[in-house]
Design a protein around this ligand. Sequence first.
Ligand code: AHG
Ligand code: MN
Ligand code: MN
Length: 323
Amino acid sequence: MQLQEYINRRLADGRIASDVATIINHLADAAIAITQTIRVSGIEKDLGAETGAANADGDEQKALDVMAEEIIITHLKNTATSHILSEEQDAPIATGQDGKVMVAIDPLDGSSNIAVNVTVGTIFSLMPRQDAPVACAGRDQLAAGFFTYGPQTTLIFAFASDTAPQCFILDERHNQFIAMGGAVEIPPETKEYAINAAYSEHWFAPVREWMGHVLAGHDGAYGKPYRMRWVGSMVADAWRIFQRGGVFLYPGDNRKGYADGRLRLVYEANPISFLVEKAGGMAINGCEDILDLQPQSLHQRTPVILGAKQEITRLKALHYQYR
Ligand code: AHG
Ligand code: MN
Ligand code: MN
């Protein structure tokens, strides 16, 4: 089934509003344009070249960060999007439309992987237009999802009224997203974890202790050998977890400025956590569910620990123990 038909069915069932449907359709068109940019412009241009500018969080912007953002903004301009909250902008962009929906985006996740032809992606979160606060709590999102640009372009998203996320794959012959079969469900148990272990000397006690048990393998407290899989683009690590399970961690650590890790709540942690919970997994910052956090600022960071329920429950208990 094509994405368009899938969305039309949801509309016909009265499960989603038409403004939300239009925005998802336009985001899909933007992702097709970004795919083409990667495939074609990458031949003539270095998509991973630094532009010399930095975003609000101090990250160096790469050529594709800027191109992806421009494409998305262009595609959202004529929808009911009142504001675009982008990783690459200090403040929300007012589109001039009197719409009821705000869209938060990480135009390009995994920037450091662009230059080496490793999967990157686009993350999006639709929320009701807010007056004063920056963004709603993750639990109040209207829809959320992400695209990956890898060997294939894929999409996973869910509407608030959905009980599970749905996955699509781009058929580049016809530029159509086609639904993938099977329910997206994160199994409660796993042997696979993803974390940047180079920061282990900086981790706080709960993650340090959990990792000790994991690395002890068969003879450890969890009694099984684990495998590590880590791409370094959260979208790619998350996509793998939605396909075959696992856990992903970007915890806080004691490096300067990293007490809350590196990932941003509004346009990275919230949309992915929304999907994780719908797929039967858990997403926490340590002691709390990420979706319950009330954002205080647009670029606020949060520790991210998500995936298989059994492991996340263990990690939550360890965070309580050391609180
Ligand atoms: P972005 O490219 O949008 O800045 O996000 C990159 C994120 C995330 O995708 C990844 O998990 C993490 O940064 C990697 O950070 P480290 O290099 O510190 O591990
Ligand atoms: Mn990102
Ligand atoms: Mn980004």
